[in-house]
Design a protein around this ligand. Structure first.
Ligand code: NAP
Length: 296
């Protein structure tokens, strides 16, 4: 249980509702900042404005998966208030306060460091990223179905990257009957792709490997689908780019060439916010309990 812990939830999307529900069920005191348009009754939670919140009482601060932008702005879909988190806010928290975020950037790292507060990036954890790959892959399937006029079954699908997301996407596409090839850069990954009954190739050969594909799903957070690679891709191919912004595709050139290329961030929060929030809540619960144990 989280009895006696005060946790500020600052901004977020539909995923945060499940996190709030589960943390509240475990008896945490929740302060919701940037949620004034939320009608749902969140028993045991109080709403506050960022500038009026009592940061001195927070044991933990929970930011959305996206953290902040490079100006400190925190996204929220439940408020019109502009939420800009600064190191001055964090400096007002007690020393024990830990900041939890999905991902991070220089701004957030610097703000936490300036305030001397620990910053935990939940999406750097393998368990979170692997569980999260499930709704991501389901969302990818949804996007492919919505944006093609052929079945996934028997389609030629290239998946770029064989990390936590790429592996799940490749496996699900295979399970739907697609002819799946996967681009990776490590020989052991090529061996595993082959063991899974899929066709492996080295990422550096991508230009030769995408000449006959129907769908290309990118998970590599680096410019891999460059103009020169895209020039080899069929015009009717669909690109779903899952990599974090700005993605790994030269979208300008794809558009110029008439290839449909979609950057698809935050799929778990769109297709399965309850599941995705539940994944975060479960990990947060154990981290908060551990943190409290270390304090005592
Ligand atoms: P990951 O486990 O680190 O996998 C990344 C993959 O990309 C690995 O196979 C890695 O190869 C490869 N890679 C990285 N840089 C490369 C380069 N320069 N050239 C060739 N290969 C490279 O990451 P993940 O958890 O799968 O996430 C992948 C991306 O998807 C991230 O940007 C993440 O933020 C994003 N994501 C998006 C959604 C969404 O809803 N759109 C959901 C989840 C994740 P090595 O293993 O050899 O390093």
């Amino acid at each position: 249980m989280l009895t006696g812990l005060t946790i500020a939830v600052i901004g977020g999307d539909a995923r945060q509702l499940e996190v709030i529900r589960q943390l509240s069920e475990r008896d945490a005191n929740l302060v919701l900042i940037g949620f004034e348009q939320l009608d749902e009754d969140m028993t045991g939670s109080a709403k506050a404005k960022l500038d009026q919140a009592h940061f001195e009482s927070f044991d933990a601060i929970l930011l959305p998966v996206s953290g902040t932008n490079q100006q400190g702005r925190v996204e929220t879909i439940f408020s019109d208030e502009e939420l800009v988190l600064t190191d001055n806010h964090l400096k007002r928290t007690p020393e024990r306060c830990v900041v939890y975020s999905g991902i991070s950037n220089d701004y957030l790292e610097n703000a936490a460091a300036a305030a001397g507060r620990k910053l935990v990036k939940l999406f750097e954890r393998n368990d979170v990223a692997i569980y999260n790959s499930i709704p991501t892959a389901e969302g990818t399937i949804m996007m492919v179905i919505q944006n093609t006029d052929v079945t996934i079954h028997q389609s030629n699908v290239a998946v770029l990257g064989f990390g936590r997301t790429g592996m799940t996407v490749a496996r699900m596409m295979d399970a739907l009957g697609a002819k799946v090839k996967v681009g990776a850069r490590r020989s052991e990954h090529l061996a595993r792709i082959s063991e899974m009954g899929l066709t492996p190739f080295y990422t550096e050969k991508v230009a030769e490997e995408i000449t006959n594909i129907d769908v290309c799903i990118n998970t590599i957070p680096d410019q891999v689908l460059t103009a020169s690679v895209l020039s080899q891709m069929p015009l009717n191919a669909l690109i779903v780019d899952l990599a974090s912004k700005p993605g790994g595709t030269d979208f300008r050139y794809a558009d110029k060439r008439g290839i449909k290329a979609l950057l698809a961030p935050g799929l778990p929060g769109i297709v399965a916010p309850k599941t995705a929030g539940g994944i975060l809540a479960k990990v947060l619960h154990s981290l908060l309990k551990e943190e409290r144990k270390n304090e005592s």
